[in-house]
Design a protein around this ligand. Structure first.
Ligand SMILES: Cc1ncc(C[n+]2csc(CCOP(=O)(O)OP(=O)(O)O)c2C)c(N)n1
Length: 402
């Protein structure tokens, strides 16, 4: 029979004095916090100083990434960051109702997004503008969502990129179901197999939906990569309020592999995600990836992070900038010259200017667009709703009072 001592969790600091081998509760919590290091378990191929680190396991997954390919990843990140900054600015100027910044998470999103194949399916939350870009979704399509005039109306099958999901963790269930479908339809089992990836944050790991997704995908060996961007904060809640152990270790409890990657290292994110997708393609999924990163800006433009976190944390993370380390590496190894960097900056400015121009003149989408891409087959109920809605709107055109 169990005794109370066996199942009662001791108060932090209570119990026998800790020995050198046994960390104090404060040390355990400090280790979990680990916002500046990420721990020895961090998979890294390009460190913050721009040095390439060898990895017997992961190097083969990026053997094709020569200087030209790395320049491409650099360009992706610079463009996406520049567009993100423009999104913030346009919200401040009243053109968007809200913006959700990705600043600091470019490597996690570009690295993982570029690991996907066209036949794979990605399920985002609301911050994955970088992944959207890698899936060929026009950045302009994102603006309507944050202006409040449109929803994620792109053809998600054509892009392999599902609509944005604001309900925290919900997309994990959608992705799990989709991946189970890939399994049942025999689309996994060899190099050409399909896979699913789902994006969520550290805070989402506390949601029941994520737990359920983990359970179902584990027992069905569903080909899904759970890509958790641990940006250290769920609005004002730090990671240590979400978990008592590093998030990637949770996978073990469900019976599938978990790995922590440096989320600010685009090369490592690419390699680790390719590996995880490969596992899924061959029927060995699921896999949990914890991309250890940092949200360098506010949660959204409606948030003020100075209310709950100290600026020295941000200063530390600035030294781990995902773009800067690639720039340093390319410059040091002769992989790119100043002309290239200037050209990328000019391209990014032009990209942002185009977005800005579009946003200031953004047409409202056609009203029937909200009914598009809901079901695979025509739905009489939805069609009736569409007719009713269009007739309602037509009443305004006739000058009728509603
Ligand atoms: C079910 C649900 N509960 C609460 C919210 C409000 N909410 C929006 S974002 C957020 C924090 C999410 O943090 P995290 O999962 O770490 O993702 P991040 O925003 O840091 O990328 C919360 C609680 C929500 N959108 N949905």
């Amino acid at each position: 029979m169990s005794s109370p001592e066996q199942w009662t969790r001791p108060e932090p600091g209570a119990g026998p004095a800790a020995t050198a081998a046994e960390p104090t509760p404060e040390q355990v919590i400090a280790g979990l916090r680990a916002t500046t290091e990420g721990g020895a378990e961090l998979t890294q191929l390009l460190n913050p100083e721009g040095e390439r680190l060898a990895s017997a396991h992961f190097d083969p997954y990026v053997s094709d990434i020569d200087a030209e390919a790395l320049r491409g990843l650099y360009r992706d990140m610079v463009l996406v960051r520049r567009a993100d900054r423009e999104g913030n600015a346009m919200q401040r100027q009243g053109q968007l109702g809200i913006w959700v910044p990705l600043l600091g998470q470019e490597a996690a999103q570009i690295g993982s997004g570029r690991a996907l194949r066209p036949t794979d399916m990605a399920f985002p939350s609301y911050r994955e503008h970088g992944v959207a870009y890698t899936r060929g979704v026009d950045f302009k399509e994102l603006l309507g969502i944050f202006r409040g005039t449109d929803h994620s109306g792109w053809d998600f099958q054509a892009h392999g990129f599902h609509p944005y999901t604001i309900v925290i963790g919900n997309q994990v269930l959608n992705a799990t179901g989709y991946a189970m479908g890939q399994k049942f339809e025999g689309k996994v089992g060899d190099d050409d197999g399909e896979a699913t990836i789902v994006y969520f944050g550290d805070g989402a790991t506390s949601q029941g939906d994520v737990h359920e997704g983990f359970v179902w995908s584990a027992v069905y060996d569903a080909p899904v990569v759970f890509f958790c961007q641990n940006n250290q904060w769920a609005i004002s809640e730090p990671t240590e309020r979400q978990s008592r152990l590093p998030l990637y270790q949770r996978a073990r409890g469900y019976g599938f592999p978990g790995i922590r990657v440096d989320g600010n290292d685009v090369l490592a994110c690419l390699a680790v995600t390719r590996w995880a997708l490969d596992e899924c393609r061959h029927g060995n999924g699921p896999v949990l990836i914890e991309a250890f990163t940092y949200r360098m800006d506010a949660h959204t433009t409606t948030d003020d992070p100075t209310r709950y976190r100290l600026s020295d944390e941000l200063e530390v993370w600035k030294h781990k900038d995902p773009i800067e380390r690639v720039r340093v590496h390319l410059a040091r190894t002769g992989g790119a010259d100043q002309e290239f960097f200037d050209q990328v900056q000019a391209d990014a400015d032009a990209f942002a200017a185009d977005l800005r121009d579009f946003c200031f003149n953004m047409p409202d989408p056609p009203p029937e667009r909200i009914f598009a891409n809901v079901y695979a087959e025509p739905s009489p109920v939805l069609e009736a709703q569409q007719r009713e809605h269009l007739a309602y709107l037509a009443g305004f055109a006739e000058g009728g009072e509603r």
